[in-house]
Design a protein around this ligand. Structure first.
Ligand code: CTP
Length: 410
Protein backbone atom coordinates (compact mmCIF):
# COMPACT_ATOMS: atom_id res chain seq x y z
CA UNK A 1 0.00 0.00 0.00
CA UNK A 2 3.13 2.15 0.19
CA UNK A 3 2.64 5.46 -1.65
CA UNK A 4 -0.94 4.67 -2.71
CA UNK A 5 -3.36 7.59 -2.72
CA UNK A 6 -6.62 6.79 -1.03
CA UNK A 7 -9.62 9.07 -0.95
CA UNK A 8 -11.79 8.25 2.06
CA UNK A 9 -15.38 9.43 1.80
CA UNK A 10 -17.26 9.67 5.08
CA UNK A 11 -21.06 9.89 5.04
CA UNK A 12 -23.53 10.51 7.87
CA UNK A 13 -23.78 7.32 9.88
CA UNK A 14 -22.90 6.53 13.48
CA UNK A 15 -20.13 4.20 12.23
CA UNK A 16 -18.25 7.38 11.21
CA UNK A 17 -16.66 7.27 14.65
CA UNK A 18 -14.57 4.30 13.40
CA UNK A 19 -13.32 6.08 10.26
CA UNK A 20 -10.44 8.00 11.91
CA UNK A 21 -9.05 4.61 12.96
CA UNK A 22 -9.26 3.48 9.32
CA UNK A 23 -7.25 6.57 8.32
CA UNK A 24 -4.59 5.73 10.91
CA UNK A 25 -4.31 2.10 9.78
CA UNK A 26 -4.01 3.10 6.12
CA UNK A 27 -1.32 5.66 6.92
CA UNK A 28 0.58 3.13 9.04
CA UNK A 29 0.86 1.06 5.86
CA UNK A 30 2.31 3.97 3.90
CA UNK A 31 -0.83 5.23 2.13
CA UNK A 32 -1.64 8.91 1.66
CA UNK A 33 -5.22 9.61 2.72
CA UNK A 34 -7.46 12.51 1.71
CA UNK A 35 -10.75 12.66 3.60
CA UNK A 36 -13.93 14.01 2.02
CA UNK A 37 -16.95 14.40 4.32
CA UNK A 38 -20.59 14.92 3.44
CA UNK A 39 -22.50 17.57 5.46
CA UNK A 40 -24.37 14.74 7.26
CA UNK A 41 -21.05 13.17 8.33
CA UNK A 42 -20.20 16.44 10.08
CA UNK A 43 -23.22 15.83 12.34
CA UNK A 44 -21.42 12.78 13.75
CA UNK A 45 -17.74 13.70 13.74
CA UNK A 46 -15.66 16.81 13.18
CA UNK A 47 -13.41 17.64 10.25
CA UNK A 48 -10.72 18.55 12.76
CA UNK A 49 -10.47 14.93 13.92
CA UNK A 50 -9.85 13.73 10.37
CA UNK A 51 -7.43 16.56 9.67
CA UNK A 52 -5.43 15.53 12.72
CA UNK A 53 -5.21 11.84 11.75
CA UNK A 54 -4.81 12.29 7.98
CA UNK A 55 -2.43 15.26 8.14
CA UNK A 56 -4.44 16.98 5.41
CA UNK A 57 -7.28 19.52 5.46
CA UNK A 58 -10.61 17.75 4.95
CA UNK A 59 -12.68 18.51 1.85
CA UNK A 60 -16.37 19.03 2.51
CA UNK A 61 -17.88 21.08 -0.28
CA UNK A 62 -17.88 21.50 -4.04
CA UNK A 63 -18.20 25.22 -3.50
CA UNK A 64 -15.12 25.80 -1.35
CA UNK A 65 -13.25 28.27 -3.57
CA UNK A 66 -10.01 28.09 -1.60
CA UNK A 67 -9.83 24.28 -1.62
CA UNK A 68 -10.86 24.15 -5.30
CA UNK A 69 -8.09 26.61 -6.16
CA UNK A 70 -5.53 24.35 -4.47
CA UNK A 71 -6.82 21.15 -6.12
CA UNK A 72 -9.99 21.16 -8.23
CA UNK A 73 -12.44 18.30 -7.74
CA UNK A 74 -11.65 16.73 -11.13
CA UNK A 75 -7.96 16.79 -10.25
CA UNK A 76 -8.80 15.21 -6.89
CA UNK A 77 -10.80 12.48 -8.66
CA UNK A 78 -7.73 11.76 -10.83
CA UNK A 79 -5.38 11.90 -7.83
CA UNK A 80 -6.98 8.93 -6.12
CA UNK A 81 -5.76 5.37 -6.71
CA UNK A 82 -8.91 4.21 -4.94
CA UNK A 83 -12.00 5.76 -3.37
CA UNK A 84 -13.44 4.07 -0.28
CA UNK A 85 -16.64 5.40 1.24
CA UNK A 86 -16.82 4.24 4.86
CA UNK A 87 -19.38 4.40 6.25
CA UNK A 88 -21.70 4.48 3.24
CA UNK A 89 -25.30 5.22 4.26
CA UNK A 90 -28.43 3.98 2.46
CA UNK A 91 -28.95 7.50 1.17
CA UNK A 92 -25.41 7.68 -0.23
CA UNK A 93 -25.77 4.28 -1.97
CA UNK A 94 -29.04 5.49 -3.54
CA UNK A 95 -27.44 8.68 -4.80
CA UNK A 96 -24.41 6.82 -6.17
CA UNK A 97 -26.62 4.22 -7.88
CA UNK A 98 -28.68 6.93 -9.57
CA UNK A 99 -25.55 8.70 -10.82
CA UNK A 100 -26.14 11.90 -8.88
CA UNK A 101 -23.42 14.49 -8.46
CA UNK A 102 -25.11 16.77 -5.95
CA UNK A 103 -22.24 17.02 -3.49
CA UNK A 104 -18.47 16.74 -3.56
CA UNK A 105 -18.29 13.03 -2.72
CA UNK A 106 -20.79 11.80 -5.34
CA UNK A 107 -19.16 14.09 -7.92
CA UNK A 108 -15.74 12.58 -7.17
CA UNK A 109 -17.14 9.04 -7.44
CA UNK A 110 -18.60 9.93 -10.83
CA UNK A 111 -15.48 11.69 -12.07
CA UNK A 112 -12.90 9.08 -11.13
CA UNK A 113 -11.53 6.21 -13.20
CA UNK A 114 -10.08 4.62 -10.05
CA UNK A 115 -11.85 1.72 -8.34
CA UNK A 116 -14.66 2.83 -6.02
CA UNK A 117 -15.46 0.79 -2.90
CA UNK A 118 -18.23 1.29 -0.35
CA UNK A 119 -18.55 -0.04 3.18
CA UNK A 120 -22.30 0.10 3.88
CA UNK A 121 -23.44 0.81 7.44
CA UNK A 122 -27.07 1.12 8.42
CA UNK A 123 -29.94 -0.42 10.38
CA UNK A 124 -30.54 -4.03 9.25
CA UNK A 125 -34.08 -3.33 8.03
CA UNK A 126 -32.82 -0.45 5.89
CA UNK A 127 -30.09 -2.76 4.50
CA UNK A 128 -32.54 -5.52 3.57
CA UNK A 129 -35.05 -3.10 2.08
CA UNK A 130 -35.54 -3.99 -1.63
CA UNK A 131 -34.69 -0.39 -2.61
CA UNK A 132 -31.29 -0.60 -0.93
CA UNK A 133 -30.67 -4.10 -2.30
CA UNK A 134 -31.55 -2.92 -5.83
CA UNK A 135 -29.13 -0.01 -5.46
CA UNK A 136 -26.37 -2.34 -4.28
CA UNK A 137 -27.05 -4.67 -7.23
CA UNK A 138 -26.78 -1.71 -9.63
CA UNK A 139 -23.51 -0.61 -8.05
CA UNK A 140 -22.09 -4.15 -8.21
CA UNK A 141 -23.01 -4.33 -11.88
CA UNK A 142 -20.99 -1.14 -12.38
CA UNK A 143 -18.03 -2.77 -10.62
CA UNK A 144 -18.31 -0.74 -7.44
CA UNK A 145 -16.75 -2.91 -4.73
CA UNK A 146 -19.10 -3.63 -1.83
CA UNK A 147 -17.20 -4.30 1.40
CA UNK A 148 -19.57 -5.80 3.94
CA UNK A 149 -21.69 -5.10 5.85
CA UNK A 150 -21.17 -7.46 8.78
CA UNK A 151 -23.88 -8.86 11.03
CA UNK A 152 -24.08 -8.24 14.76
CA UNK A 153 -25.21 -5.75 17.37
CA UNK A 154 -26.31 -2.44 15.94
CA UNK A 155 -26.08 1.06 17.37
CA UNK A 156 -29.91 1.19 17.41
CA UNK A 157 -29.96 -1.74 19.84
CA UNK A 158 -31.17 -4.27 17.28
CA UNK A 159 -29.24 -7.21 15.90
CA UNK A 160 -28.74 -7.97 12.19
CA UNK A 161 -26.80 -7.33 9.02
CA UNK A 162 -25.76 -3.71 8.56
CA UNK A 163 -22.66 -3.07 10.67
CA UNK A 164 -19.72 -1.44 8.94
CA UNK A 165 -16.73 -3.78 8.64
CA UNK A 166 -14.03 -3.12 11.20
CA UNK A 167 -11.17 -0.84 10.04
CA UNK A 168 -8.65 -3.71 9.98
CA UNK A 169 -10.93 -5.81 7.79
CA UNK A 170 -11.42 -2.81 5.48
CA UNK A 171 -7.65 -2.35 5.21
CA UNK A 172 -7.30 -5.96 4.00
CA UNK A 173 -10.03 -5.44 1.38
CA UNK A 174 -8.54 -2.13 0.23
CA UNK A 175 -5.10 -3.71 -0.07
CA UNK A 176 -6.53 -6.53 -2.21
CA UNK A 177 -8.38 -4.03 -4.43
CA UNK A 178 -5.15 -2.09 -4.97
CA UNK A 179 -3.21 -5.22 -5.89
CA UNK A 180 -4.72 -6.51 -9.08
CA UNK A 181 -4.68 -10.24 -9.56
CA UNK A 182 -5.20 -12.03 -12.83
CA UNK A 183 -3.17 -13.45 -15.68
CA UNK A 184 -1.89 -10.01 -16.75
CA UNK A 185 -1.13 -8.58 -13.32
CA UNK A 186 2.18 -6.75 -13.32
CA UNK A 187 1.97 -6.25 -17.12
CA UNK A 188 1.60 -2.91 -18.86
CA UNK A 189 -0.65 -2.86 -21.90
CA UNK A 190 -0.80 -0.04 -24.41
CA UNK A 191 -3.87 -0.01 -26.65
CA UNK A 192 -4.96 2.24 -29.50
CA UNK A 193 -8.65 2.57 -30.30
CA UNK A 194 -11.21 4.44 -32.36
CA UNK A 195 -10.83 6.29 -35.63
CA UNK A 196 -8.49 9.16 -36.45
CA UNK A 197 -9.50 12.45 -38.03
CA UNK A 198 -7.35 13.97 -40.74
CA UNK A 199 -7.88 17.65 -41.31
CA UNK A 200 -9.02 19.04 -44.66
CA UNK A 201 -9.60 22.59 -43.44
CA UNK A 202 -10.60 24.17 -40.08
CA UNK A 203 -14.13 22.71 -40.27
CA UNK A 204 -13.76 19.45 -42.21
CA UNK A 205 -11.92 16.19 -41.82
CA UNK A 206 -11.61 12.68 -43.24
CA UNK A 207 -12.40 9.86 -40.87
CA UNK A 208 -14.05 6.42 -40.80
CA UNK A 209 -16.89 4.58 -39.11
CA UNK A 210 -14.94 3.07 -36.20
CA UNK A 211 -16.82 3.59 -32.91
CA UNK A 212 -13.89 2.52 -30.69
CA UNK A 213 -16.08 -0.10 -28.98
CA UNK A 214 -13.80 -3.05 -29.74
CA UNK A 215 -10.70 -1.23 -28.48
CA UNK A 216 -12.44 -0.02 -25.33
CA UNK A 217 -13.69 -3.58 -24.66
CA UNK A 218 -10.13 -4.89 -25.08
CA UNK A 219 -8.86 -2.21 -22.67
CA UNK A 220 -11.49 -3.19 -20.09
CA UNK A 221 -10.71 -6.90 -20.49
CA UNK A 222 -6.98 -6.26 -20.08
CA UNK A 223 -7.67 -4.24 -16.94
CA UNK A 224 -9.94 -7.00 -15.60
CA UNK A 225 -7.08 -9.43 -16.20
CA UNK A 226 -4.97 -7.32 -13.84
CA UNK A 227 -2.94 -5.27 -16.34
CA UNK A 228 -2.04 -1.61 -16.03
CA UNK A 229 -3.66 -0.16 -19.13
CA UNK A 230 -3.01 2.97 -21.17
CA UNK A 231 -5.62 3.62 -23.84
CA UNK A 232 -4.77 6.01 -26.66
CA UNK A 233 -8.06 6.90 -28.27
CA UNK A 234 -9.17 8.78 -31.34
CA UNK A 235 -12.41 10.80 -31.16
CA UNK A 236 -15.16 8.52 -29.80
CA UNK A 237 -18.17 9.02 -27.58
CA UNK A 238 -17.41 6.33 -25.04
CA UNK A 239 -16.78 6.60 -21.29
CA UNK A 240 -13.32 5.67 -20.04
CA UNK A 241 -13.40 2.18 -18.50
CA UNK A 242 -12.67 2.19 -14.75
CA UNK A 243 -9.04 2.06 -13.69
CA UNK A 244 -7.61 2.91 -17.10
CA UNK A 245 -5.43 5.86 -18.11
CA UNK A 246 -6.79 7.38 -21.31
CA UNK A 247 -4.99 9.73 -23.70
CA UNK A 248 -7.17 11.42 -26.30
CA UNK A 249 -5.85 12.30 -29.72
CA UNK A 250 -7.19 13.26 -33.08
CA UNK A 251 -4.99 12.57 -36.11
CA UNK A 252 -2.69 9.68 -36.98
CA UNK A 253 0.27 11.98 -36.26
CA UNK A 254 -1.10 12.77 -32.74
CA UNK A 255 -1.75 9.09 -32.09
CA UNK A 256 1.76 8.15 -33.21
CA UNK A 257 3.27 10.74 -30.84
CA UNK A 258 1.20 9.51 -27.87
CA UNK A 259 2.10 5.88 -28.64
CA UNK A 260 5.80 6.66 -28.97
CA UNK A 261 5.75 8.43 -25.60
CA UNK A 262 4.20 5.40 -23.89
CA UNK A 263 5.45 2.34 -25.76
CA UNK A 264 8.83 2.11 -24.00
CA UNK A 265 7.10 1.06 -20.78
CA UNK A 266 4.69 -1.41 -22.40
CA UNK A 267 4.90 -5.21 -22.29
CA UNK A 268 2.09 -5.59 -24.79
CA UNK A 269 0.94 -3.30 -27.61
CA UNK A 270 -2.54 -3.87 -29.05
CA UNK A 271 -3.44 -1.80 -32.08
CA UNK A 272 -7.21 -1.77 -32.53
CA UNK A 273 -7.44 1.77 -33.91
CA UNK A 274 -8.81 2.34 -37.39
CA UNK A 275 -6.05 4.74 -38.34
CA UNK A 276 -6.46 6.72 -41.54
CA UNK A 277 -4.06 5.44 -44.21
CA UNK A 278 -4.10 8.74 -46.11
CA UNK A 279 -4.49 12.37 -45.12
CA UNK A 280 -4.94 15.57 -47.11
CA UNK A 281 -1.47 16.56 -48.30
CA UNK A 282 -2.07 20.27 -47.78
CA UNK A 283 -4.79 21.01 -45.22
CA UNK A 284 -6.20 24.49 -45.82
CA UNK A 285 -5.79 27.19 -43.18
CA UNK A 286 -9.15 28.72 -44.07
CA UNK A 287 -12.48 27.05 -44.84
CA UNK A 288 -12.46 25.85 -48.47
CA UNK A 289 -15.12 27.74 -50.45
CA UNK A 290 -17.25 26.09 -53.13
CA UNK A 291 -15.60 27.98 -55.95
CA UNK A 292 -15.79 25.37 -58.72
CA UNK A 293 -17.80 22.27 -59.72
CA UNK A 294 -15.06 19.85 -58.79
CA UNK A 295 -12.74 19.62 -55.85
CA UNK A 296 -9.74 17.32 -55.99
CA UNK A 297 -8.06 16.53 -52.72
CA UNK A 298 -4.48 15.45 -52.91
CA UNK A 299 -3.78 12.80 -50.28
CA UNK A 300 -0.56 11.49 -48.83
CA UNK A 301 0.21 8.34 -46.83
CA UNK A 302 0.17 8.52 -43.05
CA UNK A 303 2.63 6.60 -40.90
CA UNK A 304 1.68 3.03 -40.06
CA UNK A 305 1.76 3.24 -36.25
CA UNK A 306 1.65 -0.52 -35.69
CA UNK A 307 4.42 -1.30 -38.20
CA UNK A 308 6.53 1.54 -36.77
CA UNK A 309 6.19 0.16 -33.22
CA UNK A 310 6.92 -3.42 -34.36
CA UNK A 311 10.09 -2.28 -36.15
CA UNK A 312 11.34 0.04 -33.40
CA UNK A 313 14.05 -0.52 -30.82
CA UNK A 314 11.34 -0.09 -28.18
CA UNK A 315 9.22 -2.94 -29.57
CA UNK A 316 7.25 -4.48 -26.67
CA UNK A 317 7.66 -8.26 -26.32
CA UNK A 318 4.15 -8.86 -27.66
CA UNK A 319 2.66 -6.84 -30.52
CA UNK A 320 -0.92 -7.51 -31.59
CA UNK A 321 -2.66 -6.00 -34.61
CA UNK A 322 -6.18 -6.02 -35.96
CA UNK A 323 -7.09 -6.50 -39.59
CA UNK A 324 -10.24 -4.96 -40.97
CA UNK A 325 -11.06 -6.71 -44.23
CA UNK A 326 -13.98 -6.75 -46.63
CA UNK A 327 -12.70 -9.86 -48.53
CA UNK A 328 -10.19 -12.72 -48.21
CA UNK A 329 -10.16 -11.99 -44.48
CA UNK A 330 -7.72 -14.62 -43.24
CA UNK A 331 -5.38 -14.46 -46.18
CA UNK A 332 -5.04 -10.66 -45.97
CA UNK A 333 -4.67 -10.82 -42.19
CA UNK A 334 -1.85 -13.38 -42.44
CA UNK A 335 -0.06 -11.16 -44.95
CA UNK A 336 -0.31 -8.24 -42.47
CA UNK A 337 0.92 -10.45 -39.60
CA UNK A 338 4.10 -11.23 -41.50
CA UNK A 339 4.59 -7.90 -43.26
CA UNK A 340 4.23 -5.85 -40.08
CA UNK A 341 6.23 -8.34 -37.99
CA UNK A 342 3.43 -8.99 -35.47
CA UNK A 343 3.05 -11.75 -32.92
CA UNK A 344 -0.69 -11.98 -33.34
CA UNK A 345 -3.43 -10.50 -35.48
CA UNK A 346 -7.19 -10.43 -34.89
CA UNK A 347 -9.00 -10.49 -38.19
CA UNK A 348 -12.53 -9.32 -38.70
CA UNK A 349 -14.76 -8.77 -41.66
CA UNK A 350 -15.97 -5.21 -41.95
CA UNK A 351 -18.63 -3.82 -44.20
CA UNK A 352 -21.94 -1.97 -44.29
CA UNK A 353 -23.52 -3.99 -41.49
CA UNK A 354 -20.45 -5.68 -40.02
CA UNK A 355 -18.10 -4.78 -37.16
CA UNK A 356 -18.10 -0.97 -37.36
CA UNK A 357 -20.66 0.75 -35.12
CA UNK A 358 -22.04 -2.70 -34.06
CA UNK A 359 -22.24 -4.36 -30.66
CA UNK A 360 -21.13 -7.74 -32.02
CA UNK A 361 -18.19 -8.94 -34.02
CA UNK A 362 -16.51 -12.11 -35.30
CA UNK A 363 -12.79 -12.48 -34.72
CA UNK A 364 -10.27 -14.98 -35.98
CA UNK A 365 -6.91 -14.69 -34.25
CA UNK A 366 -3.78 -15.76 -36.11
CA UNK A 367 -0.26 -16.13 -34.79
CA UNK A 368 2.82 -17.54 -36.50
CA UNK A 369 1.86 -21.03 -35.41
CA UNK A 370 -1.82 -21.07 -34.49
CA UNK A 371 -5.33 -20.11 -35.55
CA UNK A 372 -8.19 -19.50 -33.12
CA UNK A 373 -11.73 -18.79 -34.24
CA UNK A 374 -13.19 -16.75 -31.36
CA UNK A 375 -16.63 -16.98 -32.92
CA UNK A 376 -19.40 -14.44 -33.29
CA UNK A 377 -20.15 -12.71 -29.98
CA UNK A 378 -20.45 -9.37 -28.21
CA UNK A 379 -17.33 -7.20 -28.40
CA UNK A 380 -16.94 -7.55 -24.62
CA UNK A 381 -16.95 -11.37 -24.82
CA UNK A 382 -14.53 -11.39 -27.76
CA UNK A 383 -12.23 -8.96 -25.96
CA UNK A 384 -12.11 -11.33 -22.97
CA UNK A 385 -11.26 -14.28 -25.24
CA UNK A 386 -8.56 -12.28 -27.03
CA UNK A 387 -7.00 -11.17 -23.74
CA UNK A 388 -7.03 -14.80 -22.53
CA UNK A 389 -5.05 -15.79 -25.67
CA UNK A 390 -2.63 -12.91 -25.13
CA UNK A 391 -2.14 -13.93 -21.48
CA UNK A 392 -1.45 -17.51 -22.61
CA UNK A 393 1.11 -16.30 -25.15
CA UNK A 394 2.87 -14.21 -22.49
CA UNK A 395 2.94 -17.18 -20.12
CA UNK A 396 4.33 -19.49 -22.81
CA UNK A 397 7.09 -17.03 -23.59
CA UNK A 398 8.00 -16.72 -19.93
CA UNK A 399 8.27 -20.50 -19.54
CA UNK A 400 10.26 -20.84 -22.79
CA UNK A 401 12.65 -18.13 -21.57
CA UNK A 402 12.96 -19.92 -18.24
CA UNK A 403 13.68 -23.26 -19.97
CA UNK A 404 16.29 -21.66 -22.24
CA UNK A 405 17.90 -19.99 -19.23
CA UNK A 406 18.02 -23.33 -17.41
CA UNK A 407 19.58 -25.03 -20.47
CA UNK A 408 22.17 -22.28 -20.79
CA UNK A 409 23.18 -22.73 -17.14
CA UNK A 410 23.30 -26.54 -17.51
N1 CTP B 1 -2.60 0.60 -38.42
C1 CTP B 1 -1.81 1.56 -37.81
N2 CTP B 1 -1.50 2.71 -38.46
C2 CTP B 1 -1.96 2.94 -39.69
C3 CTP B 1 -2.80 1.98 -40.32
C4 CTP B 1 -3.10 0.82 -39.65
O1 CTP B 1 -1.38 1.35 -36.66
N3 CTP B 1 -1.66 4.07 -40.30
C5 CTP B 1 -2.87 -0.66 -37.71
C6 CTP B 1 -4.31 -0.88 -37.30
O2 CTP B 1 -4.54 -0.38 -35.97
C7 CTP B 1 -4.44 -2.39 -37.34
C8 CTP B 1 -3.48 -2.81 -38.42
O3 CTP B 1 -2.59 -1.71 -38.60
O4 CTP B 1 -4.00 -3.00 -36.14
C9 CTP B 1 -4.11 -3.13 -39.75
O5 CTP B 1 -4.97 -2.09 -40.13
P1 CTP B 1 -5.91 -2.22 -41.41
O6 CTP B 1 -6.67 -0.97 -41.58
O7 CTP B 1 -6.66 -3.52 -41.36
O8 CTP B 1 -4.88 -2.40 -42.59
P2 CTP B 1 -3.81 -1.46 -43.21
O9 CTP B 1 -2.48 -1.85 -42.69
O10 CTP B 1 -4.19 -0.04 -43.10
O11 CTP B 1 -3.88 -1.94 -44.75
P3 CTP B 1 -5.13 -1.88 -45.78
O12 CTP B 1 -5.88 -0.62 -45.42
O13 CTP B 1 -4.45 -1.82 -47.08
O14 CTP B 1 -5.93 -3.12 -45.57
Amino acid sequence: MQGKRILLGVTGGIAAYKSPDLVRRLRERGAEVQVVMTPAAAEFITALTFQAVSGKPVRTSLWDTEAEAAMGHIELARWADLIIVAPATADFLARLASGQANDLLTTLCLATTAPVAVAPAMNHVMWSNPATQANVATLEQRRVLIFGPAAGDQACGEVGEGRMLEPLELVVRIDAALTPTGPLSGKRVLITAGPTRERIDPVRFISNRSSGKMGFAVAQAARNAGAEVVLVSGPVSLPTPAGIRRIDCESCADMLKAVQREVGQADIFISTAAVADYRPARPADQKIKKASDRLDLEMERTTDILATVAASAERPPLVVGFAAETESVEQNARTKLLKKNLDMIAANEVGDDKAFECEDNHLIVLSRTARHDLGHASKAALAERLIALIAEAIKERASTAQRNGATAIA
